[in-house]
Design a binder for this molecule. Structure first.
Ligand SMILES: Cc1cc2nc3c(=O)[nH]c(=O)nc-3n(C[C@H](O)[C@H](O)[C@H](O)COP(=O)(O)OP(=O)(O)OC[C@H]3O[C@@H](n4cnc5c(N)ncnc54)[C@H](O)[C@@H]3O)c2cc1C
Length: 342
């Protein structure tokens, strides 16, 4: 049986599992999705990869940057090389001095796949509930229960809260965790992916932050990352406030409003549009500044519960996710080494 069960194969959960595995600890990761990477997401549309979460990866922590650069395949660095518009970036820290910015020819999800190599990852395994039976957590999935000696939740804020709520009457430690989590909040992002005929003139930028759009915060020229693009692909993210307002409205309505704005800003004609998809990220990012400083580890009777994910590291985003998972693993490894020498 695996000592540690990690729920969530996003960047945080995978980084945690990698570090634990390197230290010789047996670890299993489960995720409800068909693939790994969570919000670090790439999908195939019309025969090419399209990043519909973060358009590029950025950071400055040496371990994180090395992990990015170890990812096999075509790497574009720096990316974006050409930034257009003076609107506020979704994550302004991405453009601070000393930040590495890069993308992958196969999509940002290549990083997650690389982290997941050689790990025990069970996909399409949703955790429905948690229970506590005195000395261990019970983790309930559709195909049964697991009782790991250490349980790690590496999930977005709302899913972490949801699973903790299933514990019912909880201990003072879990109540403390809930209180901490109540200080954090997230923002949604409505996103469209749109393909245009290759015979049209493509935008001459990689990323655009329009200064005059009430709707769009960012447009990524996604096909500029691909070696042999079949069409021009643009991915547009709406402003957080606009996304919040439209979140529960008919997707056809907000998709159309975003398309009109995308084509106004880029000058690409509607007649050259080949396809369009919409994605509603309900919990895309954290409200800047609301994140916590450290991953958490609580002891409830004999059982241990760890929490990591982007919300447990300053700065939020992919780098924060990786750091939180790595730091939590270091802590578990350190505690074990200390116990072994007592
Ligand atoms: C549109 C968009 C743009 C972004 N732009 C940027 C950017 O420019 N820069 C940046 O740094 N970051 C950006 N981010 C944020 C970045 O993607 C996240 O911070 C990061 O990927 C979070 O990683 P994580 O491991 O903490 O969580 P996640 O990636 O959310 O991973 C959590 C995993 O848990 C799984 N899961 C959830 N519930 C269950 C359950 N009950 N049972 C089993 N598995 C479960 C999910 O399937 C998922 O795989 C953006 C995100 C979005 C959506």
């Amino acid at each position: 049986m695996h000592e540690t069960l990690i729920v969530g194969a996003g960047i945080a959960g995978l980084a945690c599992a990698r570090r634990l595995q390197e230290a010789g600890q047996s670890t299993m990761v489960v995720d409800k999705g068909r693939g790994v990477g969570g919000r670090c997401a790439t999908r195939r549309v019309d025969g090419q990869s399209v990043d519909h979460g973060p358009a590029f990866l950025h950071g400055s922590a040496p371990g994180f940057v090395s992990a990015l650069r170890e990812t096999p395949g075509r790497r574009l660095e720096p990316w974006p090389a050409k930034v257009h518009g003076s609107g506020r970036p979704c994550q302004p820290s991405a453009f601070a001095p000393g930040q590495v910015r890069l993308a992958f020819g196969d999509g940002v999800n290549a990083f997650a796949k690389h982290l997941a190599r050689d790990l025990d990852v069970e996909r399409e395994c949703r955790v429905d509930a948690l229970a506590f039976d005195g000395d261990r957590f019970r983790v309930v999935t559709a195909d049964g229960e697991r009782r790991p000696s250490t349980l790690i939740l590496s999930l977005p804020l709302e899913q972490t809260r949801g699973l903790l709520d299933t514990l019912g009457e909880d201990s003072p430690e879990i109540r403390g965790v809930r209180q901490l989590l109540s200080m954090v909040s997230t923002v949604p992002s409505l996103t469209i992916l749109s393909g245009y005929a290759a015979d049209q003139a493509a935008p001459d930028w990689d990323v655009c932050y329009p200064e005059d759009s009430p709707v769009l915060q960012m447009i990524a020229h996604d096909s500029a990352k691909r070696a042999t693009p079949r069409s021009h692909v643009l991915v547009a993210q709406a402003h957080p406030r606009w996304s919040r307002r439209e979140l529960e409205n008919d997707p056809d309505g907000w998709k159309q409003a975003m398309l009109v704005e995308l084509e106004r800003v880029t000058g690409l004609p509607e007649s050259s549009r080949l396809w369009c998809q919409a994605h509603r990220w309900r919990y895309a990012r954290l409200d800047a500044g609301s994140e916590l400083a450290q991953p958490l580890m609580v002891q409830v009777a004999g059982a241990r519960l760890g929490l990591c994910g982007e919300l447990f590291s300053p700065g939020n985003g992919v780098e924060a996710a990786w750091l939180s998972g790595t730091r939590l693993a270091e802590r578990i490894i350190g505690e074990r080494d200390w116990t072994a020498t007592r």
